[in-house]
Structures are given as structure tokens and as C-alpha cells.
Ligand binder design. Structure first.
Ligand code: PGA
Length: 255
């Protein structure tokens, strides 16, 4: 399967100058890499979405947002319509990131609505799931992931499900420097595939990419992605440094 390398730029690049420096450096570094079978995707702050789409148009780099609203239009002050994201050329949206769940109260039901809103508008959801430190300590990881998957995908028809991308991001590994062992990531991948097979069928489950996210760096890319056989990564902090982000892409692409 094709590999997916997703950069979540979060709420960074605070000036136009910083944004433009990032884009220039990203384009320069991207040209040096000769990726054979990988899709690189950047998810900038939504206010820069159009600029990123225009600037990266001819590079083959996909652009997505970090969040969308459940409705397509209307009186929802401050929200981002999935229709607009699609119409300006966005292709993806991260959905259910642990920071949205933690700081903005996103429940599995809201995440489910957002996944449906994305698919309805032909955006590919990058659906994040993951357990907290406490859940891990209490041996609840499998139960938590199963609940997040089943509730997040409730009523998501098989017809659209091949557009899904799942990102397993253990919350305790996001923004820390703690990463799981390859074996435990592999175990989680098997669990996710099994649940997807139960919800849909084996053929479809095999088509849905399963990424790893949480403190991915070039020096850990083999441990968290290559060795456990993941289909790519979701990268936070390191995606702000184009040379590092593309080093991660290169390692995964050549593996
Ligand atoms: P991190 O973030 O790479 O900075 O840990 C990952 C994420 O939040 O997607």
C-alpha cells in the first residue's frame, strides 16, 4: 500500500513571513526527495489553507485542514465548512485529534458526525484514535480503541469507507518524547484491522491505511512505522522543520 506522511502544523507559523519561509524551504527540500510511492500531506492552520493549496498545486503534495464542522453551511460562527475546504482544493481533514477531544470536548459522537461530513463532501478523513496514559496503565487500550473506532464509524457506509485514513496516536506519546515499542504498535495495527474487518469486510479493511502518530522523528521512524508495518505517520512538531519532516518521508518511502 502507498505510504502516507502527514504533517500537522497545528497552531503555528504565526506571521506571513514565517509561513512563506516554511513554504519556500519545504518546496526546496521536497524537490530534492524522489518519493516513489508516498503521499505527503500538509495540514496548516485553516487561515493558510488556500495559500498552501495554491503554492503546492504542482508538487503532488496534498493539503488538508486540522478540523471541520459537522454542518455544510449556516449560522455557526467561527466554524469551517467542509464544503469550502473541498471547493478551494483541500483533500483531507484531520478529525478527532486528541487535542480537539481534550480542549474542545469532542466526543466520539461528534467525531462520527465530522467523519460523515468529510466523506459527504469527498474529503478524506484522517481519523485519530488513541488511549491516554491512565487508560494504558489500567490495561484499557484495546477497549478504548475499539469504542473510538466503532462509535466514530457508526453509520459510515462501506461505500465511502475506502476513503478513510486511520491514525493511531497514543495520547501519552503526543508532544512528549515517549514512543511505544514496535511490537505494541504492530499489535494495535492488527487490532484495528480486525475491528475494521468486523465493521466492514476484509477486503475493505485491507485498503484503509493505518498510520502511527506521536513524537515521530527521523531517528524513530523505523521503530514506529517501518518495523511495525504501519502505512505511514502523522507528524506534529517535526513537520515544522521541512528538512526533518522530509527525512522522515524519505526513510518511510525507501523502506
Ligand atoms: P507530535 O504531535 O509529533 O508533536 O508528538 C503529533 C500529533 O499531534 O499529531
Amino acid at each position: 500500500m502507498k505510504k502516507y506522511i502527514v504533517g500537522n502544523l497545528k497552531m503555528n507559523l504565526l506571521t506571513k513571513a514565517e509561513r512563506d519561509r516554511f513554504l519556500k524551504s519545504f518546496e526546496t527540500e521536497f524537490k530534492k526527495n524522489n518519493l516513489s510511492d508516498s503521499q505527503v500531506i500538509l495540514c496548516p492552520p485553516v487561515i493558510y489553507l488556500e495559500k498552501f493549496i495554491e503554492q503546492l498545486e504542482k508538487t503532488g503534495v496534498g493539503v488538508g485542514c486540522q478540523n471541520i464542522f459537522i454542518e455544510d453551511r449556516g449560522s455557526f460562527t467561527g466554524e469551517t465548512s467542509p464544503v469550502v475546504v473541498k471547493n478551494i482544493g483541500g483533500e483531507f481533514s484531520i478529525i478527532g485529534h486528541s487535542e480537539r477531544r481534550k480542549y474542545f470536548g469532542e466526543t466520539d459522537q461528534i467525531v462520527n458526525e465530522k467523519i460523515k461530513a468529510a466523506l459527504r463532501n469527498n474529503l478524506r478523513p484522517i481519523f485519530c484514535i488513541g488511549e491516554s496514559e491512565e487508560e494504558r496503565k489500567n490495561d484499557l487500550t484495546f477497549n478504548v480503541l475499539e469504542k473510538q473506532l466503532r462509535e466514530g464509524l457508526a453509520d459510515v457506509s462501506a461505500f465511502k469507507a475506502d476513503k478513510l485514513i486511520i491514525a493511531y496516536e497514543p495520547i501519552w506519546a503526543v508532544g512528549t518524547d515517549d514512543i511505544p515499542e514496535s511490537d505494541s504498535i504492530m499489535e494495535i495495527k492488527i487490532l484495528i484491522r480486525k475491528i475494521l474487518t468486523e465493521i466492514y469486510n476484509n477486503e475493505l479493511a485491507e485498503k484503509i491505511p493505518i498510520l502511527y502518530g506521536g513524537s515521530v522523528k527521523s531517528k524513530s521512524a523505523v521503530q514506529v512505522c517501518v518495523n511495525p508495518g504501519m502505512d505511514g505517520v502523522l507528524v506534529g512538531r517535526e513537520s515544522l522543520i521541512p528538512v526533518e519532516f522530509l527525512k522522515i518521508s524519505d526513510i518511510i518511502d525507501k523502506s
